[in-house]
Design a protein around this ligand. Structure first.
Ligand code: NI
Length: 259
């Protein structure tokens, strides 16, 4: 069975995929992936996301600076991002957030750049794509101070607890699941995904990373998102068609897109 799927987070702008975008998008289409969002993580990748969105009808862009790259961002870079946010196929600001696992940028710098981009999202009326690694409390505090003017957003590659999910849901956020949902040892994550309201769930690849079973260990690409959706269908109580349709509609809703 082929379902219409929206891969809400895929890095065709990554060096490992960028040169093969034609073939990768063709395979994605064959797998039912009708649309995909390519998020930026720095200036060059955001620019590439725009370029890919201009070239391929299926591709939409988010522009933003990842917490890893926060240390090198300039005021001019942020001004560019804000200008790019007006491009017609830019449907979100991202990926932005905090990463306390790697700490590639000092935490105070991550916080400043995250806050600045939340303000851009508010001014532009765009949702945000959030990267949160071991920084739950601070990410939520930022989002709380940015709301209510913030136009919603997505916790990308969600791997938190039911409690964390509840906090996100209260703030109107969507939760996006990726390859780890299919991993053998991910019973806890599957329990979380089963317990959440269907109208807030999304699927993504985060390609080229987080490859789902049965391709784990190999390079990821958007076509593989069908295995994430299949796992979600398997564990949800609703009928398969209903899960697939809801997850697709959720993506259109969060990105304020037409059918
Ligand atoms: Ni990403």
């Amino acid at each position: 069975m082929t379902y219409a799927i929206f891969d809400t987070h895929t890095h065709l702008n990554d060096e490992n995929l960028y040169g093969e975008a034609d073939d990768i998008i063709k395979r994605a289409s064959e797998a039912g992936v009708l649309r995909m969002l390519v998020p930026g993580y720095d200036q060059e990748s955001s620019r590439r996301a725009l370029e890919l969105a201009a070239k391929y009808t299926q591709v939409y862009a988010a522009v933003g600076v990842h917490p890893h790259d926060a240390k090198s961002v300039t005021d001019k870079d942020l001004a560019d991002l804000e200008a790019w946010a007006d491009e017609p196929k830019v449907v979100a600001i991202g990926e932005i957030g905090l990463d306390y696992h790697y700490d590639h940028s000092p935490r105070d710098v991550q916080a400043r750049v995250f806050a600045a981009q939340l303000e851009v999202a508010k001014r532009k009326g765009l949702p945000v794509v959030i990267h949160d690694r071991e920084a739950h409390a601070d990410v939520l505090a930022h989002l709380r101070s940015a709301s209510p003017l913030l136009r919603g957003g997505i916790m990308h590659s969600f791997s938190g607890s039911v409690e964390m999910a509840a906090d996100c849901l209260k703030m109107g956020l969507y939760l996006s699941f990726s390859g780890p949902l299919t991993f053998k040892n991910a019973e806890r994550l599957r329990k979380v995904a089963t317990a959440l309201p269907l109208d807030r769930l999304l699927v993504e690849t985060d390609a080229p990373y987080l490859t789902p079973e049965p391709y784990r260990g190999r390079r990821n690409e958007p076509a593989h998102v069908r295995h994430v959706l299949a796992k979600l269908i398997e564990i949800r109580p609703e009928m398969a068609d209903a899960v697939a349709a809801a997850v697709y509609q959720n993506a259109l809703r969060v990105f304020q897109m037409q059918e």
